[in-house]
Design a protein around this ligand. Structure first.
Ligand SMILES: Cc1cc2nc3c(=O)[nH]c(=O)nc-3n(C[C@H](O)[C@H](O)[C@H](O)COP(=O)(O)OP(=O)(O)OC[C@H]3O[C@@H](n4cnc5c(N)ncnc54)[C@H](O)[C@@H]3O)c2cc1C
Length: 281
């Protein structure tokens, strides 16, 4: 197995130009923790690790460069303060320290696997992806990025950054993940975000990973909760809707039945935690 060419472009424009102009199967290379673990390597790789690796605040948005590592997100205190530790929690459960130092947010999204850990929390934060190709840039909600297992709306386009609108001040969030061993790929993951107005749920966002062909937002559960009293009964009904929406498969990590049942259990736990009903995380 050989990669015939390794390109180290000096700019985003050069990276894109190389991807479109070279013959053979090319892949962008960020941390390499997916690309280099595949059975078949591409004919050529275009290194973007040094081009897009910053995190910053830009007005009312938190901007994660596509090649920023999971560790960079883990240690971004301003983001943790704004999203109530949601991305921090996700990052802490992501692989080992070595993997978190190499793996990038953009690589995780672009790999487009149902288990991509950053997808559910970015979905509940309503993040947008900025992608660039030969014809310029476009921006789309992360919920519209994934089209199937290992498939997304981009082909040769480069994911540039992820933009998270500054969350409102009184949100509560949680991220939960079940895996066979600590630091493993998720068998199931869930991210929840609630905004309360007194005892009423003003806004609800919930997303699941590893229970469908792509990471999914559970719109039925979100609209069920919004405007309702924040109580155990409503949380349970929303969690049941999450299990209904899950369309899991059985694989080496978990059976479909287990995933379906745990979609309900994890969603309930995450929502309970957002309401302060459950502290044992
Ligand atoms: C031991 C181990 C543990 C792991 N644990 C986890 C885990 O806990 N959770 C989890 O979700 N994943 C996990 N993974 C999978 C992997 O680490 C992640 O998916 C990681 O985020 C990929 O990022 P990367 O920078 O290494 O991507 P790369 O391997 O460099 O690239 C992955 C794919 O994305 C494409 N790509 C990369 N950057 C861009 C870009 N800017 N624009 C367009 N396409 C791009 C590449 O061409 C390639 O197809 C693990 C992997 C290993 C080996």
């Amino acid at each position: 197995m050989t990669v015939k060419a390794f390109f180290n472009p000096a700019s985003v424009e050069e990276a894109i130009e190389l991807m479109y102009s070279q013959s053979g199967r090319g892949e962008y290379l960020a941390g390499g923790t997916d690309v280099l673990c595949k059975h078949e390597w591409p004919d050529f790789v275009v290194n973007v690790r040094d081009l897009l690796n910053t995190v910053k605040q830009d007005g009312d948005e938190f901007v994660i460069g596509a090649a920023a590592t999971i560790s960079q997100v883990e240690f971004w205190d301003e983001l943790a303060a704004a999203d109530e530790g949601l991305m921090l929690q996700c990052a802490k459960e992501f692989g080992s320290r070595h993997i978190r130092n190499m793996a990038t947010v953009g690589g995780n999204i672009a790999s487009a696997v149902p288990s991509a850990d950053v997808a559910p929390p970015l979905m509940v934060l309503e993040a947008n992806c900025v992608v660039q190709g030969q014809d310029g840039q476009r921006t789309l909600p992360i919920a519209d990025f994934f089209t199937g297992p290992h498939q997304s709306v981009i082909d040769k386009e480069l994911l540039i950054e992820v933009r998270i609108p500054k969350p409102s001040a009184n949100i509560k969030t949680d991220f939960l993940k079940i895996c066979r061993n600590p630091g493993d790929i998720a068998s199931i993951s869930v991210a929840a975000l609630l905004e309360l107005d007194g005892d009423t749920i003003k806004k609800a966002r919930i997303a699941l990973g590893s229970v469908a062909p792509t990471p999914i937002r559970i719109l039925e559960a979100e609209s069920f909760l919004e405007g309702k009293p924040a109580n155990e009964e409503n949380i349970q009904q929303a969690a049941d809707l999450c299990a209904e929406a899950a369309k899991p498969i059985s694989d080496q990590r978990a059976s479909a039945d287990y995933r379906k049942h745990m979609s309900m259990v994890l969603s309930r736990r995450a929502l309970q935690h957002c309401l302060g009903i459950r502290e044992d995380q």
